[in-house]
Ligand binder design. Structure first.
Ligand SMILES: C[S@@+](CC[C@H](N)C(=O)[O-])C[C@H]1O[C@@H](n2cnc3c(N)ncnc32)[C@H](O)[C@@H]1O
Length: 289
């Protein structure tokens, strides 16, 4: 939990981004620790883009851990990860979500924007927190996972999408950065919803597959494919921008930022994931940019 309140931290909120530092933090690193403790130390209006993949809080009560290894090509449904960080009572989860989103509202530039991943388990809470924090929703994007893992019990439809909320903090006018031309020019032959030269829609057809290099240093139970993060970064940020990743996990969003010539700062609770992320970042292919 946050060690200082927002007001107590006003005194240290100076000089947003100075060279390679953002407030007290060196840029281009993942800091191991609680996101709320670190967010309060970031200067106001200091980051250009936030990509947040928070706990979805969907592990409540269950003792199972779906393991779809061996069913190649199905890409996986979301996992009940059975970690404490994914298993909060609803009231605590709501408070946690409101707390980190209100800090994001403070640290994000009016020219910037925030993307949050979720499913029906948590995205309603995120939506409410956006509205309460006066973060205007720009779009709701459906990430359609064509290769979703089938529903084994046969008691539900096959869950085959995740939801992203994209919002901005500008209050008087919409100043957020959006590369409309890039979004139109974007082409991915495997995405049946996107034709080059046509407007990008709010349904993204991206399989939940990871390339070998994405898993070579170890796995995270809810690791995102680089392709989703690359798309977000390319349409909503510029080279040299600062990307904040509040829940860095195995570092996918940070790696996407690095490989596309953006700066990043990440926070992650678990050292084991920071270690994987650091190995991935060391092996980054910056020639891609
Ligand atoms: C959904 S995962 C992010 C996975 C990441 N997108 C990736 O591709 O590797 C959420 C991460 O948030 C971390 N986390 C949970 N609670 C946290 C907290 N209070 N502060 C910082 N990190 C936290 C978890 O350890 C977990 O790695």
């Amino acid at each position: 939990m946050a060690s200082k309140t927002y007001k107590e931290n006003q005194a240290v909120l100076i000089a947003p981004v100075m060279g390679t530092k953002i407030g007290q933090y060196e840029l281009n690193q993942i800091v191991c620790g609680d996101v709320l403790e670190h967010l309060v130390s970031l200067p106001s209006q200091s980051v250009d883009l936030v990509i947040a993949d928070p706990p979805y809080n969907l592990s409540q009560g269950a003792k199972i851990n779906f393991n779809n290894q061996g069913l190649k090509g199905f890409g996986g449904e979301w996992n009940k990860v059975m970690e404490d960080w994914d298993n909060l009572p609803l009231g605590d989860y709501m408070r946690f979500t409101f707390d980190w989103i209100s800090q994001i509202k403070r640290v994000l530039k009016p020219t910037g924007s925030i993307w949050v991943f979720g499913t029906y388990h948590n995205i309603g809470v995120v939506n409410l927190a956006f509205q309460m924090s006066k973060i205007e929703i720009i779009n709701e994007v459906i990430w359609y996972k064509r290769n979703a893992f089938p529903n084994l019990a046969g008691r539900r439809l096959t869950a085959s999408h995740e939801t992203l909320l994209w919002g901005h903090t500008g209050e008087k006018k919409r100043e957020y950065y959006f590369d409309y031309q890039k979004s139109k020019d974007f082409s991915d032959p495997s995405d049946l919803m996107k034709s080059e030269g046509k407007q990008m829609r709010t349904v993204w057809d991206i399989p939940n597959n990871k390339e070998t290099r994405e898993l070579q240093f170890g796995k995270h139970p809810t690791q995102k494919p680089l392709s989703v993060c690359n798309r977000i970064i390319s349409i909503s940020s510029k080279p040299e921008d600062v990307v904040l990743v509040p829940f860095a996990g195995a570092g996918t969003e940070c790696l996407a930022a690095k490989e596309s010539g953006r700066h990043f700062i990440g926070f992650e609770l678990e050292q084991q994931y920071v270690d994987i992320a650091n190995q991935r970042l060391s092996a980054a292919n910056t020639a891609l940019f």
